[in-house]
Design a protein around this ligand. Sequence first.
Ligand code: MRU
Length: 378
Amino acid sequence: MLSEQVESTSLESNVTVIANRRTRKTETMNYVSLDFRTIEWVDGKVRILDQTRLPEKTEYRDLTRAEEMAEAIRCLAVRGAPLIGVAGAYGVALSAHSRKASSPERLKVDITKDIRMLGATRPTAVNLFWALDRMSDVLESADSVGEMRETLLSEAISIHLEDREKCEMIGRNGATLINDGFTILTHCNAGALATGGIGTALAAIYVASAQNKRVKVFASETRPLLQGARLTAWELSRNNIDVTLLVDGARGHLLTKGKVDCIIVGADRIAANGDTANKIGTYPLSVLAQKHNIPFYVAAPLSTFDLTAPAGEAIPIEERESKEVLFFGGTRIGPDNAKVFNPAFDITPHGNISCIITEKHILHPLLEESIEDCFRTP
Ligand code: MRU
């Protein structure tokens, strides 16, 4: 299921990327191949793998309207920062294709409303707003109904393809930090299920494994929605990566055993100083990493950086419904009068992060200028 040299298929075909942007050397990507697709444009519809059903059911759903995409993002049927960006872009393409167009002006107004609706689904992952901004720019420059439909779809597919390429590059950069025999701890799901490609944190693991390095992974379950248990363990095990699940509270004990070589997580938004928002439970993990002197890596594309946020305090943190905490697998586990605090993300200060692995460079977040430089240089 996993190989470094694979035949390209559909979306992947004929994709040439600037693999080394510093030297502008151009090469064709050889993707690490995984055996499922999270999202795809098929005959005027968007086919998504419904992540709320995993691991019990591998169920695909076809979405035809922007409202359906907004709901899929809201309920985490599609989730993970880069994938939310790709999904938002496809949501705009659905809007262009499904809305009746009495005139180009009317269609533009309707699509603009749908862009706003898609942007109101989840506040933390900046990739959503980054992708919607790109779609808005394309909408602005289109004049006819046909042009709107064509260019918006083509932009959504570009965003998807670019994300695949970025995942591959993050994987290659990240794999340089992984030695043969490493044991890696990860949290939440920053894998293929969270992106349009092979993931961010898990991309480094997939590439290292494809390079014949033996790796073992510990995945923390990630209360309350269990992305680590339901999704990370699912995708790693079906791709033959040795994975062990543990409850979030067991991570400190695991680290005292001295068996973890590094921690790699994803990110939902990274401020200009390197402070990073990621799934709730990431910040305490970074504190444990410091205490036990274990490298703590964040893997994310540059589209996850928000240079308008000077530091972590400026990042909006999504708070979700109390029922996610009060129920477990449909069974009530807390009294109905209990108050609930359910933030979906926390902020890891840049001082706790050893480095940030991007598609371009490996950045040291203590050196703020390295982040700025990365955006300045081509
Ligand atoms: O609430 P989710 O499941 O969308 O949260 C996902 C995460 O926190 C991931 O770690 C992050 O988006 C990085 S995905 C490559």
